[in-house]
Structures are given as C-alpha cells and as structure tokens.
Design a protein around this ligand. Sequence first.
Ligand code: ATR
Length: 279
Amino acid sequence: MSNTPKAAITGWPVTYSRSPLVHGHWLKKYGLEGEYGRRDVDPETAEDFYRNFKDSGLVGCNVTVPHKELAASVCAELDPAAEAMGAANTLWIDDSGKLCGANTDGIGFLGNLDQLAPGWDDNPGTAIVLGAGGAARAVIWSLLSRKFETVHIFNRTAKKAMEMAEKFGSSTIGHAWDDLGDYIGKADLLINTTSLGMRGKAPLEIDLGPLPESALVSDIVYVPMKTDLLKKAEARGNRTVDGLGMLLHQAVPAFERWFGMRPEVDEELRAMMIADLEK
Ligand code: ATR
C-alpha cells in the first residue's frame, strides 16, 4: 500500500463539492505528498463506513450532508464545537487509533469575517441570523463564542428557530420570519444562512430599509458570490462579506491536521475559486 496520505470529502452526493479544489491547491502550492478526493457514502452503509473509518484507506475526511450528525455520533472524541453542535465535518484517527471529530464550520465563518472585515466583533451587540439549519447552528455557535449579546434567529419554520434558540440558551431568541421587520433596525450584524439567493433557488426577499448603515451584512451563499442581499446592502452603504471565505477557512484546520502544515487563505486561492465559480 502506498504511504501517500489520502483524505476525501464524504457525503451523499459529493459531486458538486469544491473541497477537492481547495485541498488540491494547497497540496500543490506547498509541494506536499498527499491526495484529496471525493467519496460518496450511501446513507444505507454510512454508519458502517464511519464506524470502520480506519479501514477506509484515508487518513481523514471531511463530512458533508447528510452525514455530519451521524459522523459526530460515532466518534470517540469530539472537539468542543462538534460537541456543542452535535455534528462533525472533519474526522481523523489519532495515534491511539481512536476516531476523532471536529466541526470547523464555525471557525470558517469567523476566519472569513476576521480576514475580510477586521474589527467586525469589537462591540459584539445584536446579530440577526436568517435560517435555522446546519449552517445557522455553526454561525450561532461562532457568534456566541465571540460574546455577542443577543442573537435573533428568524426562520420560515418558526418552530425550528425556537428549538435552535432553546439549545443555545438565553442569549438566543427564535422568531417567525414575518417578525423580522420588528428587529432588523437593531442589528449590528445580519447573516443569511438559508439557501435563498443561491443560483437556481428562490430569491431572498427582505426589506433592508430599517437596517442601520453601520451594520455588517454577510451571506453564506457563495454561488453567486455577490448575492442580491449583498448587492442591496452594498448599494445602501453597509459593509458586506461574501460566503466564499467560509468554505476556504473551514478547510484550514483540516488540512493542517491531515497533511501537517497550516495553509494560507490567500488571494491566489480566492482567485482560483472565483474563476471556478464563474465557469
Ligand atoms: P444547511 O445545513 O445548509 O443550513 P438546511 O438544514 O436544509 O441546510 O437549512 C436550510 C435553511 O434554509 C433552513 O433554515 C430553511 O428553512 P426551513 O427550516 O423552514 O426549511 C431555509 N430555507 C430553504 N428554502 C427556503 C425557502 N424557500 N424559504 C424560506 N426559507 C428557506
């Protein structure tokens, strides 16, 4: 068997994942021996696959939908983020042969804002999060880790927003989507974590009218990179951050863990990704 360390994105399906591009770029840039591929994991056999991960031939993997919760549940050890979210996106086998999991989505979200909007959390006040799915969970965790005073969650299915808020505790409050207008005027930060506005999906239609001009607006959608939300926010003078960097930054700790070197999210990587997204 070759000694080349191999990692992969695992999920169902993984055809559209751009993670191989990111890791492939870094392997080449740093001249490291390693491979990063795609591995479809059928939900029927997923539990076996993750439980017996040491037989997969991989040194580690990323995990995407729909297996993040399952992956966390079979790990012997989890980092605090994966533990709090009940979901893992990065796995590896430690020196004693134990399967370990981390969730780097929140780190990706924070790394992106830290890089593109320095000082964004100097006065962590009120954040508004649109959506209550897996991405929202990572974003809310991140905001609380940076000591935001209040996080308001708005979701089409209000019950999911309430449940999410309950899990995170008293700084988070769940709301019905239609009540957004009553709160948007208080936001220091507005983040879209829904799939609305993504190419091929319905548009995100919200009234930014009462949003303070000082608020930072971010979208985790990155296809297209400049969503209508970001365009509208920019046109009225708000600072904006697109979602591409979240994908790039969440890959940093995983790459370091598997291939032994901390990679950089630099302009060259962003440019390559942007060229790919424009294809
Ligand atoms: P992810 O893991 O990427 O966050 P998800 O768990 O499926 O994906 O969550 C998608 C989010 O987008 C949810 O908040 C979803 O709202 P519901 O909980 O009501 O389903 C939101 N979303 C998707 N399509 C939507 C639409 N057409 N209108 C409003 N919200 C939508």
